[in-house]
Design a protein around this ligand. Sequence first.
Ligand code: RET
Length: 305
Amino acid sequence: MSLFDKRNNVLQYNGNTVNGATADIAITTHGSDVYFAICACMAVSAVAFGGLALTKPRTHRIFHYITAAIVMVAAIAYFTMGSNLGFTPIQVEFHRTKPVVRGNYREVFYVRYIDWMITTPLLLLDLLLTAGLPWPTILWVVLIDWVMIVTGLVGALVVSVYKWGYFAFGCAALLYILYVLVFEARKHANILGSDVGKSYLFCGALTSFLWILYPICWGLCEGGNVISPDSEAVFYGVLDFLAKIGFGCLLLWGHKGIDPGRLGLRIRDYEEDPAVNGSMGGSGHGNGNGNKEGRNGHSDGANGA
Ligand code: RET
C-alpha cells in the first residue's frame, strides 16, 4: 500500500469524548481531510511568504514577516482541527432532526478562536500600517478586535440563549472595525499616494467583505447548529483561505513598489544602528549621513532597495 492509498484514520486516535462529554455532532473523515488540506496550503504559504521576505532588504520585510506569521499560526490551528483536537463538546440550543446535525452535543473548536486572537490583529496590522494610521488608533482597533473574538468564543461555549448576547457584542465590535477600515483608514491611505490608496482599497475591500461572512458562518454553526461540522470546515476553511492566503498575496503584491518609509516605517538597519556599530555615545556614528533617527518617513534615499 503506497502512502497515497492510506485512509485518514485520525478519528480512531482522537475521539469525540473530551471534558466528560461526547460530541455526537462532530466532523467525519471528510471534515478532517478539509482541515488538513487547508493546513497544507497555509504551511506552503508560510514558506513562500517567509522565502519572499529573504529576497528583500531587512528594512523592507515587515509586511512579509507579519503575513508569514499569520499563515504559520493558521497552519498549526488547522493541523489541530484536522486531528480532531482543540475542541470541546457543547450542548446545542437548537435540536435539529436533519441527520448531520441531530444530537445533543456539538463539537466546538476553541482552537479556531486562539488562532484568530493571534492572526486577526496581525491582519489588521498589515492593513492599517499600509494605510499609515497612527499607532494609537491601530492599538485601539486591535483591542476592539480582541473584544470581537473573545465574545465570539464565549458565545460559542455558552449553552443557553445568552450566547446571542455575546454574539451581539461581537457584531457591534465588527461594525466599528468596518467603520475604521472603510472610512478612516481609506482616507489616510489615499493621502499617501495613489499606489498606496489602490493597494489599500483592494485589500481593505476583500477584508471588509470576508469579515462580514464570519458571523454568518458562526450563526449557522456554533450558534444555530444549522449546518454540519463538515460543512463548517468548508465554510470557515474557504473564508480563512481567502482572508489569509488570498489577502496575503494581494497585500505583498501591492507592496512591491512601496517603500515602507513612505508609510512612516523607516526602519534602521545594522549599519545604521549605534548598538551594533559600537558607537553608542558621541563620536561619529559610522553611517556618515548624520541622520541619527530619521523616522519621519521622508528619508527613503538612505537605502534604495
Ligand atoms: C465571531 C462571532 C461573534 C460575532 C462576530 C464574529 C466575527 C469574526 C470574524 C473573524 C475573522 C477571522 C479571520 C480569520 C482569519 O484570518 C467571532 C465569528 C462579528 C470577523 C479573518
